[in-house]
Design a protein around this ligand. Structure first.
Ligand SMILES: CC(C)(COP(=O)([O-])OP(=O)([O-])OC[C@H]1O[C@@H](n2cnc3c(N)ncnc32)[C@H](O)[C@@H]1OP(=O)([O-])[O-])[C@@H](O)C(=O)NCCC(=O)NCCSC(=O)C[C@@](C)(O)CC(=O)[O-]
Ligand SMILES: NC(=O)C1=CN([C@@H]2O[C@H](COP(=O)(O)OP(=O)(O)OC[C@H]3O[C@@H](n4cnc5c(N)ncnc54)[C@H](OP(=O)(O)O)[C@@H]3O)[C@@H](O)[C@H]2O)C=CC1
Length: 424
């Protein structure tokens, strides 16, 4: 690589893409992709902007959450996720829908002190000054208090090895609150430094948002779970067994949880939320008792299957890039939500629906029957099939002994040859 990338960010978009094209020896067609997906407004959202990267957006249906029917927009590149969410939601809808609970919604941030000889004493000093520190926090972002939010309380935790965490809990109202909280923490850290005569190591929000928990539950009569030759009672039993395995084996728990996050991430992206923040918090919560476990649990008494999922999901309906993302705004309209708690309830219910559909498929027909059927479209497109060729290629792929790229390419070549012969 010969280009000098110093001050790359100061170049115009045209200069920047020209450098990239030269470095990577892009063809004119490849270079044209920068223009094709370029969105003027997005130029200022991230640094060194080249272009947008489109992801498919679709709609999961059949959701009933707290007696409200909901359409759930999802952004995902993975086939069968939206079908599975709709499938799980359909079963739960027949059982009366999801019930969600949410007690409070506060974000937590940390100011970490280091090299303390008596951390307990320092913690006591901080606790004594709690009222003053809360005022300092509010003064750092006064608009939050005006909206009814603001700093709520301070907790101290002695971490060992001379470290102390001072945790600030803030009601961030309709936002996720990361930036607002970080500003407050940095202001409070200065006061803490003076009060404790220390130099704080760092201050930053924690994505382990344990004061922002939301839970979805459902109770499904076993008859609704019947799948092919499997009775509903057997399916319920097998789903409960799959849930147990996810509680005792981290290998299974990880995949179980990936399935849950298939749904949660897709809605988080569709609503302009920070899905990395949700991912890290959700996985940390899955290991809250020291062992990484399945995030959801399913149990049965032979009559009904009970599902439950509780996660920290501190999302926002304002803030970040939400207000400048027209599709995030549109998706709030599709969801029919106006507040952050409403969105949290949708997210957790989507995670549970997704999990139900995946487990039901896994313990009955296996995942490939439904998932691969839908994945074949991606395979055919990746192999070069045109939209017009898709129906025939999919039909032939279903019957093919192998469903891989080479086989698909052979099918496309054969189809085109037949077409040429017919045209001649
Ligand atoms: C794929 C299905 C839904 C087929 O399932 P099916 O039995 O063919 O579905 P159905 O015909 O009974 O339809 C039931 C409902 O599903 C929806 N549905 C059904 N088909 C479609 C479709 N083509 N497009 C859109 N929606 C669809 C639709 O809402 C439909 O209701 P209707 O509209 O007929 O009243 C089922 O097999 C399923 O739910 N599988 C689970 C798939 C899954 O979890 N995919 C995620 C990717 S795999 C993964 O990443 C996670 C995993 C599995 O590893 C997690 C884990 O291990 O726990
Ligand atoms: N570890 C992490 O997860 C980190 C994440 N981030 C990023 O931070 C961003 C989220 O931070 P966040 O503080 O939410 O966003 P912003 O920094 O955008 O702050 C929220 C904005 O929303 C405005 N607002 C309007 N109405 C309301 C209302 N009713 N309630 C609350 N705010 C309102 C606020 O106005 P006003 O100014 O008048 O208060 C403020 O401008 C995301 O992009 C995230 O990726 C950043 C750092 C770390």
């Amino acid at each position: 690589m010969s280009a000098d990338f110093r001050h790359f960010y100061q170049k115009t978009w045209a200069e920047r893409t020209a450098v990239v094209a030269e470095q990577a020896h892009l063809t004119a067609a490849e270079q044209a992709l920068f223009k094709k997906y370029y969105v003027t407004e997005h130029h200022e959202i991230i640094e060194n902007y080249l272009t947008d990267y489109p992801l498919p957006m679709g709609l999961a249906v059949n959701f009933v959450i707290d007696d409200q029917p909901k359409m759930v927009p999802m952004v995902t590149e993975e086939p069968s996720v939206i079908a599975a969410a709709s499938n799980g939601a359909k079963i739960v809808k027949r059982a009366g829908g999801f019930i969600t609970t949410l007690d409070r919604r506060e974000m937590v941030g940390q100011i970490v002190l280091e090299k303390l000889t008596d951390p307990e004493q320092t913690a006591a000093t901080v606790e004594q000054h709690q009222a003053t520190l809360l005022k300092v926090a509010d003064a750092a972002h006064p608009s939050l208090k005006k909206r009814g939010g603001g700093a709520r309380r301070i907790r101290t935790r002695v971490l060992g090895q001379g470290y102390l965490s001072i945790d600030l809990f803030v009601d961030v109202q309709a936002a996720m609150g990361a930036n607002m909280l970080n500003s407050m923490l940095e202001a409070v850290a200065k006061s803490v430094g003076v009060i404790t005569k220390t130099n704080p190591l760092m201050s930053i929000l924690s994505n382990y948002a344990t004061a922002s928990l939301v839970k979805a539950e459902c109770t499904i009569p076993v008859g609704l779970l019947q799948a092919g030759r499997y009775s509903g009672a057997l399916v319920a039993q097998k789903i409960a067994a799959a849930s147990t395995v996810a509680q005792i084996d981290p290998y299974r728990a990880t995949t179980h949880n990936k399935g849950i996050m298939n749904g949660i991430d897709a809605v988080a992206i569709a609503t302009g939320n920070d899905w990395r923040a949700l991912e890290s918090g959700a996985h940390a919560y899955a290991a809250k008792d020291g062992q990484y476990r399945g995030m959801s649990t399913w149990t049965t008494d032979g009559q009904v299957l009970r599902g439950s999922l509780e996660l920290p999901l501190p999302v926002g309906v304002v803030g970040g890039s939400i207000k400048i993302n027209e599709l995030a705004q549109l998706n709030q309209r599709l969801l029919g939500i106006q507040t952050a708690p409403e969105l949290e309830r949708v997210l957790v219910a989507t995670g549970l629906a997704q999990n139900l559909a995946a487990l039901r498929a896994l313990v009955t027909t296996g995942i490939q029957q439904g998932h691969m059927h839908l994945q074949l479209k991606s395979l055919a497109l990746a192999a070069g099939a045109t939209p017009a060729e898709l129906p025939v290629i999919l039909q032939r792929l279903e019957l093919a002994p192998q469903q891989d790229l080479a086989t698909t390419q052979q099918l496309i070549t054969a189809l085109r040859q037949t077409k040429e012969e017919t045209d001649d």
